[in-house]
Design a protein. Structure first.
Length: 99
């Protein structure tokens, strides 16, 4: 396993990457960076942790919307993504400690 340095939302990270997985990892990093940047640029959310959670939920929701044949076997059918987003949003709203 090798290590790669990547940048997400202007922050540098060292990530482990299996041999031959560099392209897939860079694609995933690009997707996360684009999603987080879009949320930040929307102007309503400033805390990096909150942006990361919302981006993760958006990407998970997009994966759950894929046709069943394209979805990985581990995808949980019937997950209430909207409900999860609302619960996380409510929990984060109550936390005044976010940066």
């Amino acid at each position: 396993m090798k290590q790669m340095e990547v940048t997400i939302l202007g922050q540098s990270y060292i990530l482990g990457c299996p041999d031959g997985g560099e392209v897939a990892l860079l694609d995933a990093v690009g997707q996360v960076d684009r999603e987080m940047s879009a949320i930040r640029d929307g102007g309503k959310v400033k805390a990096r942790e909150r942006i990361a959670v919302l981006a993760a939920l958006n990407l998970a929701y997009a994966l759950s919307e894929r046709p069943a044949a394209a979805a990985p076997a581990s995808a949980a059918p019937g997950v209430d993504i909207d409900g999860l987003v609302k619960r996380i949003d409510s929990a984060l709203r109550a936390d005044g400690q976010l940066l």
